[in-house]
Write a protein that binds this ligand. Structure first.
Ligand code: EPU
Length: 419
């Protein structure tokens, strides 16, 4: 199992380029199952979750080839096995994204139910209820969800009890091939949902309102091939913005959509970072001094992303004063707290709130990554900690950050992968 060895204390300087968004690329790949024509997706990040999704599509019968750097061609003309087996789903919960497309295209889908996960229970009950609204008959047994719609799906009204990103994406993909109109209310407004809708429209779908909380879909009989470039990864963008500020360096962050991290930028500026938008795709981030403690609560988009909570907490653990960080999306997303404490952070949790007392200095230690974004927070803390930090289980990081150690080393970080 790989680890990172990081020598802290080097301010980061230079330019980094942001990769395509993992959480946009995953539903985009699932959407390829909706047509028997080829879809070409550009800017697919080379990360482990994407490789897992590729294996899953291949399992169903789709053929995938690489066209050029970071571009994939998916041909799902043959779908003889509309299934997502446990072995795949257990390593990547986003596998449930194939439920909607498979039942819409083939009239049946059998997808393993995800089990528990490091950051919360993460059930898929809302996906299931929404697909039932579109006329799918759903049974759950032996750890699998089986959806059947032998005569195709029917448009319907879906009102999500709570906002779900992949739930919205799942039902959106199902609705594009359903007969008649579907209206999704309390839909997720995340940029990844909008990006998926943009791809589906290129494939011939009729969708209005994606990116708002009410999405209207007019079902069409079939979709066709298309070409689409995935949006930049806003979580990677935010992670590098925090890395620049935390190390008291200066980074130019290119190929990003600054608007997508507006909530983070607002907090960072309040805390004392200097952030400039150089053009519509480039940010410059610097922070010469220790930040002020600024409270934060995660929220659905356009609120502060839960996927940046751990990284923000790492920064706040070096701030002047005390901050309250509240996690409202997942019930157990504080696994990084104890590991950050090993690096000298002073954090106490009470239920869904973490109380972070900023420390003058963090110190290197051996720590374990527990999930994807927790690993990123440990990397950030290690970049400023005095001495050496070893982070074990970086396979979590490899699930979602493309060439992270190369990118960090390229702007001056002393980081190496050890086996
Ligand atoms: N929820 C339910 N029932 C459902 C679905 C969700 O109770 O059927 C609950 C969840 O347990 C959670 C909340 O609703 O408490 C929101 O979960 P959501 O469904 O929005 O999360 P997700 O779609 O499973 C995506 C991202 C996550 C990100 C969340 C929140 C992908 C592939 N994953 O997950 O990304 O944290 O939205 O923004 O898009 C990550 O990249 O590290 C990551 C975990």
């Amino acid at each position: 199992m790989d680890s990172f060895r990081i020598a802290g204390g080097v301010p980061l300087h230079g330019e980094v380029r942001i990769s395509g968004a993992k959480n946009s690329a995953l539903p985009a790949l699932a959407a390829c199952l909706l047509t028997d024509e080829s879809v070409i997706l550009h800017r697919i990040p080379s990360v482990r979750d994407i490789a897992t999704m590729q294996s899953l599509l291949e399992y169903t019968g789709a053929a995938i080839s690489t066209c050029s750097d970071n571009a994939l061609r998916v041909d799902a003309s043959r779908l003889d096995r509309p299934e997502a087996p446990y072995d795949v789903v257990k390593t990547m919960r986003a596998s449930s994204l194939v439920l909607g497309p498979l039942v819409a295209r083939t009239g049946r889908a059998r997808v393993s139910m995800p089990g528990g996960c490091a950051i919360g229970a993460r059930p898929i009950n809302l996906h299931v209820a929404a697909l039932e609204q579109l006329g799918a008959t759903i049974e759950q047994s032996h750890g699998y969800v089986e959806a059947i719609a032998p005569h195709g799906l029917q448009g319907g009204h879906v009102h999500f009890d709570r906002i779900t990103v992949t739930g919205t994406e799942d039902v959106l993909m199902a609705a594009v091939l359903a007969k008649g109109e579907t209206v999704i209310r309390n839909a997720a407004r995340e940029p990844e949902v909008k990006d998926l809708a943009d791809l589906l429209v290129k494939m011939g779908a009729k969708i209005e309102g994606a990116g708002t909380s009410i999405i209207r879909i007019q079902g069409v009989e079939r979709l066709h091939g298309a070409r689409h470039a995935i949006i930049p990864d806003r979580i990677e963008t935010g992670t590098f913005a925090l890395a620049a500020a935390m190390t008291h360096g200066e980074l130019t962050i290119a190929d990003c959509f600054p608007e997508h991290i507006a909530a983070l930028v607002f907090k960072m500026e309040q805390a004392g970072a200097d952030i400039e938008q150089l053009d519509s795709h480039t940010l410059r981030v610097r922070c010469a001094r220790r930040p002020k403690s600024i409270d934060m609560a995660t929220e659905e988009y356009p609120g502060f992303a839960t996927d940046l909570q751990a990284q923000y907490m790492a920064w706040m653990s070096t701030a002047q004063g005390i901050s309250f960080i509240t996690e409202t999306i997942f019930e157990n997303r504080f696994m990084h707290v104890l590991e950050l404490a090993r690096l000298g952070a002073n954090i106490r949790t009470e239920g869904r709130q973490a109380i972070v007392a900023g420390e003058n200095e963090l110190t290197g230690a051996q720590v374990i990554a527990s999930d994807l974004r927790a690993s990123a927070s440990l990397v950030l803390a290690a970049l400023v900690a005095r001495g050496e930090t070893i982070i074990d289980r970086v396979y979590h990081m490899d699930r979602g950050y493309e060439r992270i150690e190369e990118k960090l080393a390229g702007v001056g970080a002393k980081i190496e992968r050890i086996q």
